[in-house]
Design a protein around this ligand. Structure first.
Ligand SMILES: NC(=O)C1=CN([C@@H]2O[C@H](COP(=O)(O)OP(=O)(O)OC[C@H]3O[C@@H](n4cnc5c(N)ncnc54)[C@H](OP(=O)(O)O)[C@@H]3O)[C@@H](O)[C@H]2O)C=CC1
Ligand SMILES: O=C(O)C1=N[C@H](C(=O)O)C[C@H](O)C1
Length: 437
């Protein structure tokens, strides 16, 4: 964990300590930080045994993944260390220049990197809403993005606002660099119709608000996301770290990590099969799939190659090809399914817990109404209406959050089952073709 004493550093440490799948292996910060020498959990009153150090090499020694929420110049140093020690990287830092972005892309040829200006599930779902809105609002709707953050934020517009602009430009078929109006001042002239305007607000402790306005004639549509805690960024970063467990190299974003990109996975499954069966041999197939960044089908091809070449004297290597391939393909299939289901867990949790928030509200409101009646000894309507009204609002809130999550869960579930069927059939074909020799 780099930037361990920062705002995101603290939220991440807290989230890691609560996550049974992750372990804090090291924490470091700048030599000037007052936290150097302290236990990483000290701010929580906890002892983790991990001391915050300014010696990065020492801190990353025992790590699988480095999580970086710092500044672009810090990230550049961390990338070169990760390359040196072959460590995977989750990057939440924003504000990179074009050449810094290229450095990250180059590094991803050798190590696996997830980089996203916003790791929250909600913001990544919002990108999808923006894509749809941009496509269906075909008339004259001017697009403006307004973002607000705390007074300490150093980059503007926010990485999220810029990504929202890129998503919209892509959906519209516009060139983002040509259409983005990053700021306005003085005599600007009228607004161009093919333009994406940006406005930045900085103040107080605002965690992160983004609103995209589609302003038409006589009407306006707004799509907003408001963060009320940094924990959604932190849990997204940990999902990204888990996602990297099966990756050796490549450049990914949260759309790859979350189930939102299941459509992409289905496309990959179909196109990967075409490339695989069109290849002259297994090695070529594995190479083509790697070049296409098609890990989904690529892992299956790789499994067949590795099983065929396994000459080990362990029990594993002694069984006949059919038995070994069955076992290894089963493991590959399970890993692929687990990967596809990652985002499902988040949706299932939201869908199953949100109604309880509503139920809690109902119980709380009725309890208050009864307490008032008991204290005053009278049953006046104004004593009941307030608490029961609040109870109903809480109940409605629980349902408003849970219902879309359950719908999304079912929708993605159908997608996953379709992809699984494709992969199962492919695994059976591979066994049939390569299981004998
Ligand atoms: N992708 C996402 O979901 C999110 C991204 N962010 C991004 O993460 C970054 C950090 O945000 P936040 O935690 O709020 O910021 P903070 O300023 O609170 O924390 C940054 C930390 O990084 C340290 N740091 C600063 N410069 C360097 C450097 N050159 N090398 C190494 N470490 C350095 C700071 O040390 P010191 O304090 O001693 O200077 C501090 O500990 C920002 O770019 C922000 O935009 C934030 C939230 C969510
Ligand atoms: O600096 C922040 O705080 C945040 N930065 C990210 C960004 O620039 O988009 C993500 C989030 O909005 C919080």
């Amino acid at each position: 964990m780099q930037g361990a004493a920062g705002k995101m550093g603290h939220t991440l440490i807290e989230t890691i300590l609560d996550n049974p799948n992750c372990q804090l292996a090291g924490a470091f910060d700048l030599p000037t930080s007052v936290a150097i020498g302290q236990d990483a959990g000290a701010f929580l009153g906890k002892s983790t045994g991990i001391i915050i150090t300014d010696n990065i090499e020492q801190a990353i020694e025992k790590s699988d993944v480095l999580i970086d929420f710092t500044r672009p110049e810090g990230t550049m140093t961390h990338v070169s260390l990760c390359l040196k020690h072959n460590i995977k990287l989750v990057i939440g830092t924003t504000g990179f220049s074009e050449s810094q972005k290229q450095t990250l892309l180059d590094a991803s040829q050798k190590i696996a990197i997830v980089q996203s200006p916003n790791m929250s599930v909600g913001v990544n779902a919002t990108y999808k809403l923006l894509e749809v809105a941009s496509k269906i609002l075909k008339g004259h709707y001017d697009i403006e993005i307004i973002e607000a953050h705390h007074r300490h934020k150093v980059d503007a517009p926010s990485g999220t606002a810029l990504r929202m602009g890129e998503v919209i430009a892509k959906a519209k078929g516009w060139d983002f660099d040509q259409t983005a109006i990053l700021s306005r001042e003085g005599h600007t002239g009228p607004r161009p119709s093919e333009g994406i305007g940006f406005a930045t607000v900085r103040g107080g402790d605002i965690i992160g608000d983004h609103t995209v306005m589609f302003a038409g004639t006589g009407e306006r549509i707004e799509i907003s996301h408001f963060s009320s805690s940094r924990s959604s960024y932190a849990s997204g970063a940990l999902l990204a770290a888990e996602f990297l467990a099966t990756k050796t190299q490549g450049f990914y974003d949260m759309q790859d990590v979350l189930a939102i990109q299941l459509t992409k996975a289905r496309g990959q499954a179909k196109s990967g099969l075409t490339s695989f069966w069109a290849s002259p041999n297994l090695e070529d197939a594995a190479q083509t799939l790697q070049a296409q960044n098609n890990a989904l089908i690529g892992h299956f091809a790789q499994t067949v190659v590795e099983t065929r070449d396994d000459r080990s004297k362990h029990l594993d290597g002694q069984a006949d090809m059919s038995a070994r391939l069955t076992k290894n393909l089963r493991a590959t299939l399970q890993a692929a399914t687990h990967q596809l289901e990652t985002g499902q867990v988040v949706l299932a949790t939201i869908g199953s817990t949100a109604p309880f928030v509503g139920l809690f509200g109902t119980v709380w409101g009725i309890f208050h109404a009864l307490t008032k009646i008991a204290n005053t000894g009278s049953v006046a309507i104004d004593q009941i209406a307030g608490p029961v009204g609040e109870a109903l609002i809480m109940t409605a809130f629980g349902l408003v959050v849970a219902v879309p999550a359950v719908i999304a869960y079912n929708f993605f579930g159908r997608f996953i089952r379709t992809i699984n069927k494709i992969l199962e059939a492919f695994a059976a074909d591979l066994l049939h073709y390569f299981g004998k020799n």
